[in-house]
Design a protein around this ligand. Structure first.
Ligand SMILES: NC(=O)c1ccc[n+]([C@@H]2O[C@H](COP(=O)([O-])OP(=O)(O)OC[C@H]3O[C@@H](n4cnc5c(N)ncnc54)[C@H](O)[C@@H]3O)[C@@H](O)[C@H]2O)c1
Length: 310
């Protein structure tokens, strides 16, 4: 199949591109390299540098070739940035999305697969949360994800564009940057690889559902299947891990004698988070395979090797 991945030079997008190429697809990446890296895009994929806010660039891209499936990963991904820059956040995450959806509609794309987030649920104390829980985002980032989901559903209803909305929990793994939602793993692993001290925001008892990036890439590939009904699917492990537990595991691996300090909790952060994944298990025939310990070890190893190359 001919597949477009927006944001394919980023953390999750680049693992998705790897998985798509491995499955024998023909892949084009569209990315402005604002947080992504050109060298994360494999040679076998076609790379087009451009911005999803640029309608003309997208028109040219879709005009050059027909895409059967479009994965939309490009976004502003930081909760804190969305609070400081709500307008830019919305321009990227809502208007940018609409630009891509418009091209998909016009070109008769067979499926649109979107990266949504646990941030749509806000601070709901019920865990694990399933897809029918109310949407109550606690940040502008979460609000743009809710709005994006509604646009995609309406494009589905009004224009018959089939879709899969994948609500990722906290994604971690090799190539992850500093800022995204699973960012704490990358921040800690990078700091430990450098022998730097760790800071935890809040008391560290806040929990997250850490899902390994290659499992997330597999879920995306599974969503291509025409038998998968248009809908919303949580992509998660359904397991809660506290930030304190995460810190202990990483300290254990690293033998780094660094100091750990606790700072003020950040605005917009969710206290407990875990997503039910039964719907993805049933319809995508997907389940997370990577256990937390080996996944964290692989991530830590990646940052060690990066430090050695630097
Ligand atoms: N990392 C997580 O834990 C997590 C959790 C839930 C949802 N998500 C979602 O998954 C998607 C991918 O996130 P990620 O963690 O890989 O982030 P990332 O920052 O590594 O990837 C985003 C990519 O999009 C590109 N991009 C940004 N703005 C662009 C623009 N205007 N035009 C074209 N390209 C642009 C960046 O250069 C980057 O390559 C995002 O939609 C994010 O909201 C991530």
């Amino acid at each position: 199949m001919h597949i477009l991945v927006t944001g394919g030079a980023g953390f999750i997008g680049s693992h998705l591109v790897d998985a798509l190429l491995e499955a024998g697809h023909d892949v084009t990446v569209f990315d402005n390299l604002s947080t992504g890296c050109r060298d994360q895009v494999p040679e076998q994929a076609r790379f087009v540098q451009g911005d999803i806010r640029d309608e003309a660039a997208l028109k040219a891209l879709f005009g050059e070739g027909h895409f059967d499936v479009v994965f939309h990963e490009a976004a502003q991904t930081q909760v804190s940035y969305s609070l400081a820059h709500p307008r830019e956040d919305a321009e990227l995450n809502v208007l940018g999305l609409i630009n891509v959806l418009e091209q998909c509609r016009r070109q008769g794309v067979q499926k649109f697969i979107y990266s949504s987030s646990a941030a749509v649920y806000g601070d709901n104390p019920k865990v694990p949360l399933d897809e029918s829980e109310p949407l109550a985002p606690a940040s502008f980032y979460g609000l743009t994800k809710v709005t994006a989901e509604k646009y995609i559903q309406l494009y589905g209803d009004l224009f018959g564009l089939p879709y899969a909305i994948l609500r990722y929990a906290n994604v971690y793994g090799e190539r992850q940057g500093n800022g995204g939602e699973g960012g704490v793993v990358g921040l800690f692993a990078r700091a430990l690889a450098r022998g730097e001290d760790l800071t935890i925001f809040g008391d560290g008892e806040q929990s997250r559902d850490f899902v390994y990036v290659k499992d997330v890439a597999r879920a995306n590939v599974a969503a291509i299947d025409g038998e998968v009904p248009s809908g919303i699917y949580n992509i998660s492990t359904q397991i809660e891990t506290t930030i304190n537990a995460l810190k202990e595991i990483l300290l254990y691996f690293s033998h780094a004698g660094v100091a750990v300090s606790y700072g003020e909790a950040r605005k917009g952060d969710i206290f407990r988070s875990s997503l039910a994944n039964g719907k993805a298990r049933e319809h995508l025939r997907w389940r997370p395979k990577m256990k937390l310990m080996p996944g964290l070890m692989a991530t830590y190893q990646y940052f060690i090797e990066k430090e050695e190359q630097a």
